[in-house]
Design a protein around this ligand. Sequence first.
Ligand code: PLP
Length: 356
Amino acid sequence: MSVSALDIRVQKTENSRISELHPDNIHFGKQYSDHMLVARYEDGEWHQAEIVPFDNLSLSPATTFMHYGQAIFEGVKAYKDPQGNPIVFRPRDNWKRMNRSAVRMAMPEVPEELFIDGIARLIDIDRDWIPDQDGTSLYIRPFMIATDEFIGVRPAEKFLFIIITSPAGPYYSKPVSIYVQDEFVRAFPGGIGFTKAAGNYGMSMYPTQQIRKMGYDQILWTDGFEHKYVQEIGTMNVFFVIGDKVITPDLKQDVILEGVTRDSVITLLREKGIIVEERLISIEEIEVAAKAGQLKEAFGTGTAASIAPISTLTYHDDKMELPPVEQWEITNWLKEELANIRYGRKADTHGWIYKV
Ligand SMILES: *Cc1c(COP(=O)(O)O)cnc(C)c1O
């Protein structure tokens, strides 16, 4: 196949559901827009992509990904700029990351045209689904599944690449309470922690269910050897403001998901002259800083949640309370700055905005 000659076949819906979209009632991941993109990989190549009405898939119960988890995904967002034009935030970075996940999971890489033009065509067609109130966006979910009809365990040969989109409001309405997990483990060197592979989330459900029962929102994972160094939170990277420095775990050892928001935040902070350290950070260091009144701010970053302030961190019986969020200078500035860039209200000096 000629991926460079990728022309996407379009079959538009005759029954748009756009009238069901109510600006005041947008929740994350509850509603899907009218169309989806589907591309098939078979016989060693990608076949023509199609944009079709959003609908159920029909798959054999023996489809491999359902049994062995050869499945990966991405999360991207589209916004409306002040003129009402659709813009997408850093989709090429998601494309590159999807392919890093694909390689590790023995899945075919997705051609750039398929990923980027696929998003652009889909957003163009479903542009009315991008809400335009502050704090809202259209969440874009590209994903790939292995579709061999075979229940033997072996790397698959057939795959589906699909993109669906969903209008999204704010992910967390208030600062999150965090439980520092030192029993269950998310990632270890040589594993798949750096990928957005389905299994990473499947394994987190039980520990998350347990801490929710205890009244916490999310888990802060620690390393698999010593349960000493912090990694990340649920679907967010994590940052701590200690004294006048910002510290976040580094990406060595492939145990942490390389967030696009993480990279954007580090870039903006450094441009502002704030010191950002990417390094190992132990829970003990955080506790010591909290006791000394030096733990000033802490937040998670991700496409879905954007920047989520942390209200408390609980490690064993040590409950670390952070100061009231209104007093946080760095996080509040970052939130505003990032939102201005994402919504096209501020000049894009980094080449982060993709115009549809
Ligand atoms: C998606 C995700 C993030 C955030 O990545 P972004 O590119 O900023 O959305 C962080 N950690 C995990 C585990 C994730 O799945």
